[in-house]
Design a protein around this ligand. Structure first.
Ligand code: ZN
Length: 282
């Protein structure tokens, strides 16, 4: 067993480097095709390869690797080749100490190369199974339809996914037995502009609408749930303020300083284009 694990690990690092060097964001057909052809090359020699339509229209077909044995059990290994990282932000694999860092390494190309390694090990034990399939999909991150392959594999005896989990609270390795469902709501708020000096109450502020939507979603999550794993990193906004008898420019700067002091805002440098359009009005 340990010998097999060492063998899987030896291959995994090199295969991971090759797979992570390919940028394969969800929906990028050339990236998906390249990742698929690498997995086909890494597959055990005795595996049959099949391309099946992806659950999401317009995406590259998914890949199934299949080994046939002489036993009775049917096993499904499942994984995905798409990442949440755009082509522009893609980072190839780097070694940092004993860590391998790069786009999609954990989620989940690392798991994919381990699953392929498991298949190579199982190829040597054909009496232990009737069929072992590895299903690699290209649309896991943003799929909005059901999984098209669910019925085909509905009767397998076991299904394992090598997506990374977390350590137990006590620091031990663990096996994830269930996952949270996830959904994304894209909200685009459209306000109604009004003159902020003469008729401020006739307007509807798009930003406040967005904030209300964000708070409603945050408040509605199920116990144990989490918000979107891709939390918005940047939300540009031009915040204006008018008031009678106040030096509004100074008020805004003071407000900004308070936010910085409270750790809720960060100074990005003195760039006029991005400075708050603060001026005082009579
Ligand atoms: Zn994943």
């Amino acid at each position: 067993m340990e010998q097999v694990a060492a063998e899987i690990a030896r291959h995994a690092e090199r295969e991971l480097e090759a797979l992570v060097s390919v940028s394969s964001p969800s929906g990028d057909v050339p990236g998906a095709e390249e990742a698929v052809s690498l997995c086909a090359a890494f597959a055990p020699a005795g595996a049959e390869l099949e391309r099946v339509p992806c659950s999401t229209k317009g995406y590259a077909p998914d890949l199934i690797l299949r080994l046939t044995g002489t036993g009775s059990a049917r096993l499904l290994l499942i994984g995905h080749l798409d990442t949440v990282v755009s082509n522009e932000s893609h980072r190839p694999l780097e070694r940092t100490g004993d860590r391998l860092v790069g786009s999609g390494t954990v989620d989940m190309k690392g798991g994919v190369v381990l699953a392929i390694g498991v298949m190579r090990a199982l190829e040597q034990l054909p009496e232990r199974f009737a069929e072992v399939s590895l299903l690699l999909v290209n649309d896991e991150e943003w799929r909005t339809e059901g999984l098209a392959h669910a019925e085909r594999f509905a009767s397998v005896d076991a299904c394992l996914c090598f997506e990374a989990g977390q350590l137990a609270p006590t620091g031990e390795e663990g096996v994830v037995v269930k996952r949270k469902a996830a959904g994304t709501l894209r909200v685009h708020a459209t306000g109604r502009s009004a003159h902020s000096g003469s008729a401020p109450d006739r307007g509807a502020n798009a930003l406040l609408g967005l904030a209300a939507a964000a708070q409603a979603v945050a408040a509605a999550h199920a116990p144990g749930g989490q918000r979107e794993h891709l939390v918005a990193q940047v939300a540009p906004a031009a915040l204006g303020q008018r008031a009678l008898g106040l030096d509004v420019g100074a008020v805004l700067v003071e407000l900004f300083d308070e936010l910085v002091d409270a750790g809720r805002a960060r100074r990005l440098g003195l760039d006029d284009r991005h400075a708050p359009a603060a001026r005082s009005t009579p």
